[in-house]
Design a protein around this ligand. Sequence first.
Ligand code: ADP
Length: 507
Amino acid sequence: MTGSQKQASAVLAAIMESTRDAIYTKDIEGIITNWNPGAERLFGYKAQEIIGKPNALLIPRESLAEETAVTERLYYSLRIQHYETVRLTKSGAKLQISLTVAPLKDEHGVVIGAVKIARDISRHKELEETAARLRLVFEAAPNGMVMVNERGVITMVNSQMERLFGYARAEMLGQTIELLLPERFRGSHPGQRAEFFDFPQTRAMGHSRDLFARRKDGSEFPVEVGLNPAATPEGKVVLAAIIDISERKGMEEALAKAHFQLQQHARKLETAVAERTADLRATIAELEAFSYSLSHDMRAPLRTIQSFSQIVLEEAGGKLGETQKRLLNKVITAASRLDRLIQDVLTYSRVLRSSVQLTRVDVEQLVRQIIDERPEFQPPHAEIEIAGPLPLVCGHEACLTQCVTNLLDNAVKFIAPQRKPRVRIWCEPIDGQIRIWFQDNGIGIPKEAQKRLFGLFQRVHGEKSYAGTGIGLAIVRKAVERMGGKVGFESQPGEGSRFWLQLRPAD
Ligand code: ADP
């Protein structure tokens, strides 16, 4: 071997040692004659294990025919560049490789074998498959998808883009993205695009302003754009998803219009209701005034009927027969009942009409005074106990007097015959207010009648056993409401009732 031949074979050996590619040779019989570290790594065989063994060890059965064809070409000194094929590793796994095969010749130029250079392309294949899958996703996306490079040039579009913009794919590829913008935005866009590439981040475009895109025919449509930066071997790119929001915008506008109309309508309705309420209030006030004066004026003739009947009974009683006397007595009773009814109606309308100024009212003093003034609230007729001190409340003295009187009237009235009325009055704080209880030992109120008790002219117990007009509790409710309070009761038929009033405590 000459010096330069020695040098060449040293260089060759160094290349064989250091390259990552698998390099091996086989003789004309197909027996492996050289095996470098790259081949060890790729196929898993050590040089000493494989040298001297047939090359066919590395070839899957289905590729043997292909190998024969390659070998045939070698006889004609033909070199075979980078063909992709499959080989077997020592463990039997299949490898995707790119193979280059060159003939090995002796000094006479006769082919004596082959050099093979193999490179693992499994990873490359995988990447290709991933890219193909991504292209599929890109294509199948329901939105327009466009990829733009750092210079703003469109490098990829999907078919939705053709549908959205009316351009053929080829008309968009290679153009700058400004092609898809309305002309008025085209000037400022390259600057904005450059800024985005300086600080790329996944985000929606346009922030709060509306975005518009331009179709090939020049028409515009509102869009929403999502930007996704990505790094590729070819440099930075941005993947933009474009959604046509014309329909949504249309719906939003229709909704806003409907909302506006609804508001207008509500306002009109409010005005109409306010006007009608005012009219109704005026009518009610007139009617109240009318019923007040009517009731008031009815009392005078009624008293005449009552007193003249009384006089006839007293002065001519001797001359009258029993039936005539009974009839006259009926006239007097009916007249006094009507008078009581009129009085109650007058009280009710007074409670409705009078102005109610709230002041500090001493409940205990007020209750004691009412009891003092009415013998039927005192022993031996009844026993009314005030349990514990009663506080000062924020109320109206006349209204509260009316309420307490009516409740006590009922408490001592609706009692079983021969039973002595016992009433207990006490207070408790509740929900920031004072509740004043009036508990009796009366006949109680049937469940089915309890709901309607505070309505006008509602009577549960018959007139024959218990006289009354059915206005007392209606007055209580109105008076309490006018003082900003509440009223209620609990009752067990046969065991008694507990009525309560609730008012704000005095400051
Ligand atoms: P009036 O006492 O004039 O009949 P109210 O409006 O004061 O009218 O009461 C309505 C009805 O509620 C009464 O007729 C009576 O049937 C029932 N009621 C009221 N308070 C009591 C009570 N403490 N116990 C039993 N029933 C009652």
